[in-house]
Design a protein around this ligand. Sequence first.
Ligand code: ACO
Length: 505
Amino acid sequence: MPTVVRDLMSAPAVTCEAGTSLAEVARTMRDAGIGSVIVTERGKVAGILTERDLLRAAAAATVASAESVELWMTANPDVLGPDEEVGAAWISLAHHNYRHLPVVDGHELVGVVSLRDLMGMARLRPADEHGTEIPAGLEGVVAAETELGDVRGEEGFFHYRRYSAVDLAARRSLEDVWYLLLEGELPDAGEARRFAADVAQRRALTPGLAEMLPEVAKQGSPFEVLRTAVSLLGAELGWRPTHDIDGAELRAQTLRLCSVVPTIMAAAYNLGEGRAPVEPRTDLSSAANYLWMVTGEEPTPLDARAVEQYQILTIDHGFNASTFTARVITSTGADLAAAVCGAIGALSGPLHGGAPSRALAMLDEIGSADQADSWLRGAVERGDRVMGFGHRVYKTDDPRSLFLRDVARFLGGPLVELAEKVERTAVDVLADMKPGRRLFTNVEFYAGVVMSTCGLPREMFTPTFAAGRVIGWSAHVIEQAAHNRLIRPSARYTGPSPPVPVPDP
Ligand code: ACO
């Protein structure tokens, strides 16, 4: 007998009426230890109010005792029948990014089912039973738990350890956010000073890297060099498998790694240009030192801050492909270098971190605003992706893109003007030619504009992304190692029916 929703649901569901205050519902949820309440009207389901709604209300500085549930609930939510197989429930929840759904029999509310209930089931079922149910590209599938942050695609909001990432970019330094990810709290002034000084001391290349980089840099781009160099670094420093070391040792390794990654890429860039690497300085912030090492000139505070803000905004972002890769590798107990080499490989792809230089190349090709419409229509007709547009999670404006557009505007210049016009045209063209897909700019569109305006060459766009993201990967490696379970999903075989006789040679 297949498992059906009735077998898993919590019953009876906790309910309230539409006029109940948010404060009362929050108390009910806390007392009952539940994440949602079903809102009923004359016994029928009228809506659902979840923890997420309470957070949204709190973020809007709502007075919880005065505001009614009705204003914050999701009205007329999707529902499940008690006799539906759990697979259908899984698809509804995962596909729409829901965490709870009411269960309704006829018109009667009989319970509520949560993603957590289904996750518990998923661990017990054999692969071929749920193989057909997982959305392509694992869209919406919750593959792990994390305390590092979250992305809410429908709201255009993301946070690091409960602080809006956009607010952090506006108000704090990269080092402060780095500390937040590692320690769980923002540093006070003394902690911030000590942490910034500590990581600045770890920027120099190791002797082995200093010797080998000139050879390696002859062979590829700075980002390709980084992939090799991280592997060399791990070997040179004798990094042992995460399986065999404790959290303190792993933390120290991540500090060394994240501090030296910008130095490696700047050295690779300069060597590739036929120049000697520029020594890192300890008196500059991470972003300012990075620009110093790449260009050989001390950056203006404005440029250094713009790059720093970009790196804060991209330090972490849910279970994106590179972070997922780092966690999968860590889940095998492999060492930090192995996890980060894999993540670098995932980030290099044009659908992930490889987009900003292509977005800028697109602006070059378009050349002037009056060409944008015909150029973009031609590209979409050919089936090309418009680089810097679309996102797996954001179905509204990417908040990173909005922030970077403001940064770009502040920096000014003809490229920024062209980019803004192309953005407007592209959003219209995509809405017209790909109706219903909700495609807007992602972080990469204005990233290239900002970095280029700050004097970074194109081959350093993805490296600059990686110089910040390595901090996020490291935090995920630490979290995965601390609560490890091997990540080992299944595949559904779709080839010809086995077994067939093996022909003689
Ligand atoms: N240009 C044109 N069409 C697009 C674009 C785009 N940029 N993005 C999505 N679409 C269309 C697809 O063609 C598809 O249409 P179809 O239903 O007719 O086939 C539909 O929208 C859905 O696309 P998917 O590929 O299923 O969406 P997914 O969630 O897998 O894609 C992705 C997300 C890979 C980012 C995609 O939007 C894309 O390729 N964008 C361009 C590359 C880019 O900017 N990457 C950087 C992402 S941000 C980051 O990684 C840091």
